[in-house]
Every structure is written in C-alpha cells, then in structure tokens.
Design a protein around this ligand. Structure first.
Ligand SMILES: *Cc1c(COP(=O)(O)O)cnc(C)c1O
Length: 251
C-alpha cells in the first residue's frame, strides 16, 4: 500500500490506547484528552490514512503547506469532518489565511495577532478557537508570552469578537534524562496552575469556554496527561520522522 497506511493506523491506535491507559492510571476519563495528529511536513495521503482509522483533529505549523493540504483533503473527500489546528509560530502577514482555513490556533502569544485573527475571521464561520501560548520554561528566544504576562493578555483576548479563548498551550524546554519524574513534570504543572488562576479571573461566560490545556508531544504526553493536559499534540509517534525541506523552513 502506498504511504504505509497500515503503519499509520497501528501507530494511531497504539497512541490512543496509551493515552487511555495513562488517563486510567491518573484517575481521568479517557474522553478528557484529545489526540491531535500533527501532520506537518507529511503529505495529504498520510492525513487520509490517519482519517481512515478515526483521526479528525490535525495539527499544522506552516501556513502555506497547511492551506494546500486542507484544499487537497477537501478535493479528495468533499464531506470530510477534519478539524484543523494551527500550532506553529504565526506572523502578522499570515493571519488572514489562518483565520480563513483553521478551526483552532494554539500559538497566539501577542494581542496584535489575536486582534488580526478576530478581524479576519469570516462571518460565515464559527468563532476561531484560540489558545494562548506561554513560554513556561522561560527560554530565551522562544515563542510564547512570559508567564507573568499571561493573565492580562488572556483577559484582553477573551474580549475580542469572533474568537473563543479556550486555554493555554506550552512547549516546555527539552527534558534532561537525568531529571527526576517530578522535575520533568514541573513545567506542565506550572501551566496548569496558571490556567486555573486565569480561569478564576475570567468573566463567567468566558470562563465556561476556557477548558483546554494543550501540552504534551510524542516524547512527553504521558507526563502532560498526569499534569492535566486536555490536548496532546503528537506527530512522530503517529507519522514517523519528519524530513524538513528548505522551502518549509523558510516559510
Ligand atoms: C511538531 C510539533 C509537535 C509534534 O511533535 P512530535 O515530537 O513529533 O510529537 C507538537 N507541537 C508543536 C507545537 C509542534 O511544532
């Protein structure tokens, strides 16, 4: 079979099972955690393979690559129910396409980007779901707002029309294998504490939509689930290794 559809199906089902078992071990309901299949750099054929085994939520990082893929999937499967999540760094000049094509954006870290997404969201579409990205490990030159700016930013973004502020996203600093389990888990716990603090300050209606902790990737989603993640973003464990072309890196 082209593109090893059976491998993708096995990987996806294995990951779902691992999420379910991790939920059980942590006294959480399996339905609490959404598996977001991160398809960046992979062709639309791999998206259709994951879709065939049940995946509906797909994550992409590069705007033009994603738009091409969304259009290709719509052409192949006109009635598909795929839900597209933008999870990469977002520049102002790319917000229009994201507002038009996506259902979710996890990587908003500035008010200006949120304002543009709000203005550019087509009236015909449901509000765009948004997560505020927080630089939880306070790494230099990394995306995400500073943790101490997050509350003010969230309160401002939650006021904007055509958007729905759903929660927080973070990519913690890479783990050191010598770190203890508690040390590795600490940034995820810190994001959850920040999430709860913000939720308590949002007006009641906006607080009711604020339900998402987007944290955990192929190597650390079990730790993230133990700490309260509600969306894990998994690429490699489902689709295999990525091969970056120069074209993608410069987008
Ligand atoms: C690429 C990417 C992922 C997926 O990473 P894997 O380690 O392949 O699971 C998750 N989140 C973000 C923001 C990414 O850019």
């Amino acid at each position: 079979m082209p593109y090893m559809n059976s491998t993708i199906a096995e990987n996806y089902q294995r990951t779902l099972k691992a999420i379910e078992q991790t939920c059980q071990r942590n006294q959480r309901a399996a339905g609490d955690v959404l598996l977001l299949s991160v398809s960046k750099t992979h062709p639309v054929e791999l998206v259709t393979a994951a879709y065939a085994t049940g995946a509906r939520d797909f994550g992409e990082n590069y705007v033009q690559e994603a738009v091409d893929k969304i259009e290709a999937l719509d052409a192949l499967m006109p009635d598909n129910q795929a839900i597209w999540h933008f999870i990469g760094p977002l520049q102002s000049n790319k917000t229009r396409l994201v507002a038009e094509y996506f259902d979710w954006v996890h990587s908003v870290d500035r008010l200006k980007i949120a304002q543009r997404l709000s203005e550019q969201r087509p009236a015909s579409r449901a509000p765009l779901n948004l997560c505020l990205q927080v630089n939880i490990s306070q790494q230099d030159s990394k995306s995400g707002c500073a943790p101490d700016e997050a509350t003010a930013l969230a309160l401002s973004i939650a006021q904007l029309p055509n958007l729905r502020l759903r929660g927080l996203m973070a990519i913690p600093a890479p783990m050191n294998s010598a770190d203890s389990w508690a040390q590795q888990r600490a940034p995820f716990d810190a994001l959850r504490v920040l999430f709860e603090r913000i939720k308590a300050q949002l007006p009641p209606e906006q607080a009711s939509f604020f339900d998402t902790l987007s944290m955990g990737m192929s190597d650390d989603y079990e730790l993230a689930i133990a700490a309260g993640s509600t969306i894990v973003r998994v690429g490699t464990a489902i689709f295999g290794a990525r091969h970056y072309s120069n074209e993608l890196e410069t987008q």
